[in-house]
Design a protein around this ligand. Structure first.
Ligand code: ACO
Length: 335
């Protein structure tokens, strides 16, 4: 049996920041309101000519180095993004592959919004366990500033840019293997979070008439309630299915959407404060990039050790949600 091991992590954060005070000059809001309702203080914003693939490439380069792999050893590249370089094609994954000199690999993007990284993790695990692939590069990369309406105070305070990447490799050692990944969706909630224009669901001339429809729109309050309910149940299910107790988790790394969602789910699961990884204050919500960016912070702070168990969970547009139980299994020579 070939198992899938989480070998390495990398991330890239753009240098420009957008603070709550900056936003208060753009829309009717305040640092106090944003901090109290979301826990966010700043977000990082990509340069005008910096694309999602540029950020993804930088994160992936670090992940490859830390996995001790060369470009020609990667046989699949999957990128989770809702802000791809190009509408439809080419995929961001193929652009990143070209930037890294990866040739002949299977490469594609997936759209699962903030749950994107959990989805690409599930895909990598399945391809490796089936024996079809050996080394899969997974990326979550977002230039959300490109699809954010900076006149809408309900959304523009939340989102930031960035990228994270990981290498998932085949192993014959069960103790190194990703334990489980859950992914799910409910399309009947599609209207809670959407970019209504720009696809085949909108008239051709809608782009000219209603360009604001190309930006993210969200019913925040309803989304919040479904998020807390669904995430709590999903995490309970994955722990129970695998006979693992919440106190045995070394690092709980939730999608960083809102401090209040993380706190509510963490409390319901009786997570201790030191188990919960928080980056929402400095990065805001970077959708598919948020979990790998948080894992990378933990790693670079020297707090993520070989063999430690990570519990990931995420929730986003679609609606989609998911969770994963992942031991950190870096290559022996990098421990
Ligand atoms: N500044 C000041 N006031 C504001 C702001 C703002 N930025 N935004 C909204 N308000 C006002 C509203 O107009 C409303 O005023 P009213 O009472 O006079 O009507 C009041 O504040 C309360 O609004 P709510 O929407 O009920 O505020 P809430 O406490 O729910 O916070 C927020 C809003 C932060 C958006 C929250 O609902 C949230 O985080 N939702 C979940 C987001 C999420 O997790 N999305 C999923 C992932 S994203 C993805 O997939 C891309």
């Amino acid at each position: 049996m070939q198992y899938a091991a989480f070998r390495s992590i990398g991330a890239y954060v753009p240098k420009n920041t957008l603070t709550n005070d900056d936003l208060a000059k753009m829309v009717d809001t305040s640092d106090e309101w944003i901090t109290k309702r979301t826990g966010i203080k700043t977000r990082h914003i990509a340069d005008k000519d910096e694309k999602t693939s540029d950020m993804g490439t930088k994160a992936a380069k670090i992940a490859l180095e830390r996995a001790g792999l060369k470009s020609d050893e990667i046989d699949m590249v999957v990128c989770a993004t809702i802000s791809p370089d190009y509408f439809c094609m080419p995929s961001t994954a193929t652009v990143i592959s070209a930037n890294l000199g990866i040739k002949n690999a299977t490469a594609f993007d997936i759209s699962a919004a903030c749950t994107g990284f959990i989805y690409v993790l599930a895909i990598a695990k399945a391809f490796i366990e089936s024996g079809m692939k050996k080394n899969v590069l997974i990326i979550g990369a977002e230039k959300l500033s490109a699809i954010t309406n900076y006149q809408d105070r309900g959304t523009c305070i939340l989102f930031g840019d960035g990228a994270g990447a990981a290498v998932i490799s085949a192993t014959d050692k069960k103790e190194e293997a990703i334990v489980d990944v859950h992914t799910a969706s409910d399309g009947t909630y599609a209207d809670l979070l959407m970019t209504p224009n720009g696809g085949s669901g909108s008239a051709h001339d809608a782009l000219d008439k209603e360009s604001a429809g190309c930006y993210m729109q969200m019913k925040g309050n309803e989304t919040f309630k479904v998020a807390v309910r669904t995430l709590t149940q999903d995490v309970r299910d994955i722990l129970e299915a695998n006979g693992i107790k919440s106190e045995d988790i070394d690092h709980f790394i939730p999608h960083q959407a809102n401090y209040r969602i993380i706190k509510a789910v963490g409390d319901a699961l009786k997570m201790r404060e030191e188990q919960v990884v928080l980056t929402v204050a400095k990065y805001g919500n970077t959708s598919g990039a948020s979990i790998p960016m948080a894992i990378n912070d933990l790693y670079e702070e020297g707090k993520l050790k070989a063999g430690e168990m990570m519990l990931l969970d995420a929730f986003g547009g679609g609606l989609t949600w998911g969770s994963a139980l992942v031991p950190f299994s870096p290559p022996k020579e990098k421990r």
